[in-house]
Design a protein around this ligand. Structure first.
Ligand code: DAH
Length: 366
């Protein structure tokens, strides 16, 4: 895969088979898929506003080194995102990229100064209608030279920050029309200052993307000491769910014609019509946790057993007794997007989940 053999039997490997099956599917490269339609709409915006200057990469290998994923973008050594609980490791130095920022540094080093990187990214996470362990991001980078800002009366950083905000406000209007927007200050290891853009959509403030002025250290290491740059990263599913009215993130992976046939190349405005809503089934399970328990590990087991039939895993009760033992009760929602499930098959899933949770997590079922 991507010119490398994927090692599966490393002791440090925490990538389950379900995740391996997603490698290479590249939903963002399908012109009739909502993610491909959205990617193309963003391309169109940059092409027409920047005279086709932005180079586009959407086929970079998602298997990257920890150096690319973390060190090159200045993620601190003790940052949570480096943990085995948050990131899929193939071996101790190789991960499934957890963000498209993993490619910033190498592309800068190769001399590119205006580029967009789209790709599948991987994160261990909880289970609900907006979280899936594989999703898609687009990264944008634009590098400026002293000539660009010298007549502006501004320093390079302010110039880049102004240009960044104007570009991304334009992008939001291109995608969402005349919406209300606001900028929120935030923190990312790779940018300073850092911002989030939020838009007011369907009575809620929605976070659309993260961005900022690239840390000088990243440019310096890329051989661009005198330059200033901006960068942004956005999640395609999050935007596509809003733009196409897609209610559950699992649908992006559906091969059901009733889903796939509703989308057409070049048509961003189309609203998805749910073909049917099959009934959910709830199953609760309680157990005494131990020190190594994490919700991400539980969710990995649930997905391993139930795959895309798992709709949500929710902590509904949590208490510690006098002896200091902590009990968790989780409610698992099973539902297919495509058909009705039988009681029999759900019971079997639930017994399997209980079995594996007990044997793999060493918790005591109650
Ligand atoms: N990598 C960030 C994430 O996955 C998104 C991001 C934020 C990318 C700011 C950027 C940026 O390039 O400047 O959450």
């Amino acid at each position: 895969f991507c010119g490398t053999d994927v090692v599966k039997d490393e002791p440090t490997n925490n990538v389950p088979d379900l995740i391996f099956t997603k490698l290479g599917l590249q939903l963002h490269r399908r012109d009739n898929h909502p993610l491909g339609i959205l990617k193309n709409a963003i391309y169109e915006y940059f092409d027409s506003n920047y005279n086709n200057q932005f180079l586009k990469f959407d086929d970079l290998c998602p298997i990257v080194t920890t150096k690319q994923n973390f060190d090159d973008v200045l993620v601190p050594a003790d940052h949570v995102s480096r943990s085995y609980n948050d990131t899929y490791y193939i071996d101790a130095e190789t991960v499934l990229r957890c963000h498209t920022s993993a490619h910033q540094a190498e592309l800068l080093r190769k001399g590119y100064t205006n580029f967009l990187v789209t790709g599948d990214v991987y994160r261990r996470d909880s289970i609900d209608s907006t979280h899936y362990p594989v999703f898609h991001q687009m990264e944008g980078v634009r590098v400026f030279s002293p000539n660009d800002w010298k007549d502006s009366g501004m320093d390079g950083t302010s110039y880049a920050a102004d240009d960044l905000k104007a570009s991304l406000e334009g992008l939001a209007r291109h995608l969402f029309g005349a919406v209300e927007m606001r900028w929120v200050d935030t923190y990312f290891p790779f940018t300073n200052p850092s911002f989030e853009l939020e838009i007011y959509f369907q009575e809620k403030w929605l976070e659309v993307l993260g961005c900022g002025v690239m840390e000088q250290e990243i440019l310096k290491r890329g051989g661009k000491t005198d330059n200033v740059a901006w960068a942004f990263g956005l999640g395609l599913e999050r935007l596509a769910m809003v733009l196409f009215d897609i209610p559950d993130i699992r649908l992006f992976w559906s091969t059901d014609k009733r889903f796939t046939s509703q989308f057409t190349k070049g048509q961003l405005g189309i609203k998805f019509k749910p073909f049917s809503k099959y009934p959910p089934c709830y199953k609760d399970m309680s157990f005494w946790i131990n020190d190594s328990f994490t919700e991400n590990n539980l969710c990995e087991i649930v997905r391993g057993v139930a795959g895309d039939l798992a709709e949500e895993v929710q902590l509904i009760d949590n208490f510690t007794n006098k002896k200091g033992m902590t009990s968790h009760c989780y409610r698992i929602t099973y539902r297919s997007m495509e058909r009705s499930l039988t009681d029999e098959e759900i019971n079997e899933l639930q017994w399997n989940v209980r079995d594996q949770v007990q044997s793999q997590m060493n918790v005591e079922l109650r």
